[in-house]
Design a protein around this ligand. Structure first.
Ligand code: MN
Ligand code: MN
Length: 321
């Protein structure tokens, strides 16, 4: 079959330089009123008062969009003309209320449900990781319980912090209890750092998740880790959540709760590029706090992670019968 030509794509950087114009992700058009002609949408979710340590991820979407001006239309490593295969829009930011998780979550869920229902795959730019709960509520409302690939230093499966249920340390506890996850198809990868107790790693395993610590990932190497992930999440819709603290703070210092002993930017690319062929229904990259950044490094990593996500979508479209 021949794929119809995408309606929406980036501005041509051979006509106007990429540092010019109003910043959207990768110079894509800002579109909110036409979901029919879009395959994927970049969505900013600038909610950051779920953070328990550093805050400021409310400026994450803006910083990631700014760094994304460097994204080019062709994924050189895999030979994929990303924007010839996919029609992509920048949907702007969802309207959150700083300090009010539950009200913000309702708005995030509503906004993303609209995209899912229209068959548009959201790629969310956080925001702190608390936004994963409303993201999963929206994904599950349309697709049913989803499998999850979570790349993160932390499990984020505590039941509460400070006696309060909704923080960036708790989204996957609540998502499990709300039945949003197909727990047999959940894998958390990259966990490391000082923890509160051994329970931190027991809880996700009791939920039925597979957990690979950072030490295990370093020992196994990315090709084997990718194999484990692909085996684990196969068989249904998949949500891919990328906490930027998966990356070593040497490469991504600007984040809420940095942990040493992480992964290089090449290891990130090497892993994510192998996770091809899955029926992805949503993505996010979260926990970028530009105030702590150095030379835009962290924002650039996040912009490239979102670009790898787009490439995964484009490659599944390319290989579609
Ligand atoms: Mn997290
Ligand atoms: Mn984390």
């Amino acid at each position: 079959m021949s794929t119809p030509k995408p309606i929406y794509g980036p501005a041509d950087s051979m006509q106007t330089p990429r540092f010019s114009g109003i910043r959207t992700y990768a110079r894509l058009p800002h579109v909110t009123d036409d979901l029919e002609h879009a395959d994927a949408a970049i969505v900013g979710i600038p909610f950051d008062t779920g953070g328990t340590f550093r805050v400021g991820a409310r400026f994450g979407p803006e910083a990631i969009r700014s760094a994304s001006a460097l994204m080019r239309p062709y994924h050189g490593a895999s030979g994929v003309p990303v924007f010839e295969l996919l029609s992509v829009i920048d949907y702007g930011d969802l309207p959150i209320i700083p300090g009010y998780f539950e009200e913000s979550a309702e708005r995030i869920t509503a906004g993303l449900t609209t995209l899912h229902a229209a068959g548009v795959v959201p790629i969310a730019l956080g925001g702190d990781h608390s936004i994963a709960l409303p993201e999963l509520r929206a994904a599950a409302a349309v697709h049913g319980p989803v499998g999850l690939i979570q790349l993160d230093s932390h499990s984020d499966t505590s039941d509460a912090y400070f006696g309060r249920p909704y923080t960036h340390g708790t989204p996957f506890f609540h998502a499990t209890n709300e039945g949003l996850l197909d727990v047999q198809r959940v894998i958390q990868v990259g966990l490391r750092g000082p923890i509160y107790s051994g329970r931190d790693y027991e809880i996700p395993r009791e939920f039925g998740f597979e957990v690979l610590t950072a030490g295990e990932v370093h020992e196994l190497g990315m090709p084997e880790v990718a194999k484990r992930i692909l085996e684990r999440v196969a068989g249904g819709p998949v949500f891919f959540s990328f906490d930027i603290d998966f990356v070593d703070p040497a490469y991504a210092p600007a984040t809420g709760t940095p942990e040493i002993g992480g992964f290089t930017t090449w290891e990130v690319q090497n892993l994510v590029r192998r996770l091809v062929g899955l029926p992805y229904v949503g993505f996010d990259v979260v926990e970028v706090i530009p105030e702590y950044d150095v030379a835009q490094n962290t924002a650039l990593v996040a912009a490239n992670v979102a670009y790898e996500f787009l490439t995964l979508l484009a490659r599944s479209r390319q290989s579609a019968p």
